[in-house]
Design a binder for this molecule. Structure first.
Ligand SMILES: C[S@@+](CC[C@H](N)C(=O)[O-])C[C@H]1O[C@@H](n2cnc3c(N)ncnc32)[C@H](O)[C@@H]1O
Length: 285
């Protein structure tokens, strides 16, 4: 299919996606306010959530800040391959842009199961990415073997070299009742990654927060395209299995290596628990 017919197909998908607020676009609104990537239906829902839980914006900004610092850290450790599942919209400061800060030898594959996020992603990448090194594909985290094979078949990732698997603000959309369970699916990815690979994740947690977060989670279940399932800190730590946690371990998102923030990134000075999410980076030894 030609680039222009791809583009038309994506525009068509976006035009037909206005019946429900979309989690990736709601997140985009929390992150940067009104933008060409979010639509009225997303903004109305996001504003309602911000009324209940103003920290939702803090969550998104701190979450993306962690993602950028983790990519910088792993690039400095020599990792050149990134697979970002649940990538959402690769807007300003996305993985490929950060990975390229220290050289143009990295490869990034973005994966999202939402055709709307994928359509936005492919349109954004057409403007900012290098098609020889950066790629977006539609795929579901739960498809484990099939998805991994498709990622390898895309030709962008060498399965024998270390890979950073990014599951950032993804797993809290996965209730434990899914088949396979999120833990089983994650165990597959941990087992298939070669030694020296990294697992990077953030997860919304119900620890230290109030009923307001639970109310927002319930609204996502009722109205948005993905339900939210919160997990306590200890359960998030278990998601790393036997991967070795990089210091400082599983912490609130602003507490993970704040010294790696970019020059234009504001340091976070509020209560870390107000970011609602914990994060970590684990290495397969
Ligand atoms: C809040 S966005 C996170 C964006 C990005 N990872 C970040 O943290 O900046 C979550 C994304 O996960 C995607 N998602 C939810 N369930 C998924 C699944 N089973 N497989 C792949 N993507 C999924 C949603 O479509 C959405 O785009």
């Amino acid at each position: 299919m030609s680039a222009s017919s791809d583009y038309e197909r994506h525009r068509e998908i976006l035009k037909n996606s206005l019946d429900k607020p979309h989690v990736a676009r709601i997140y985009d609104y929390y992150l940067q306010g009104e933008s060409p990537n979010n639509w009225v239906i997303d903004r109305d829902f996001a504003e309602r959530m911000l009324q209940i839980l103003p920290e939702a914006r803090t969550f998104a900004v701190a979450n993306r800040g962690f993602l950028r610092r983790a990519v910088r850290y792993l690039r400095a450790q020599g990792i050149r391959q990134f697979v970002d599942i649940g990538s959402g919209l690769p807007s300003a400061g996305a993985v490929h842009e950060i990975a390229d800060e220290i050289g143009t030898d990295s490869h990034v594959v973005y994966v999202d199961n939402d055709p709307v996020a994928l359509a936005h992603g492919q349109i954004l990448l057409a403007d900012t990415a290098d098609p020889d090194r950066h790629h977006a594909l539609g795929g579901n985290f739960f498809d484990t073997e099939t998805l991994w094979q498709r990622i390898i078949d895309s030709g962008y990732i060498d399965p024998h070299e270390p890979v950073a698997l990014l599951l950032v603000a993804l797993l809290h959309f996965m209730p434990p009742t899914s088949v396979p369970t999120p833990t089983e699916a994650l165990a597959f990815y941990r087992s298939i990654l070669p030694r020296g690979s990294a697992l990077v994740l953030t997860h919304a947690t119900d620890e230290g927060t109030t009923d307001r977060l639970k109310e927002v989670a319930a609204q996502y279940v009722r109205v948005a395209t993905s339900p939210v399932h919160l997990r306590p800190h200890a359960e998030v730590k278990d998601l790393f299995g036997d991967f070795e946690l990089v210091d400082p371990g599983v912490v609130w998102t602003p507490q993970w290596k704040p010294e790696l923030a970019g020059e234009n990134e504001q340091p976070y000075s509020g209560d870390p628990a107000a970011t609602l999410a914990v994060c970590g980076v684990g290495i397969k030894r």
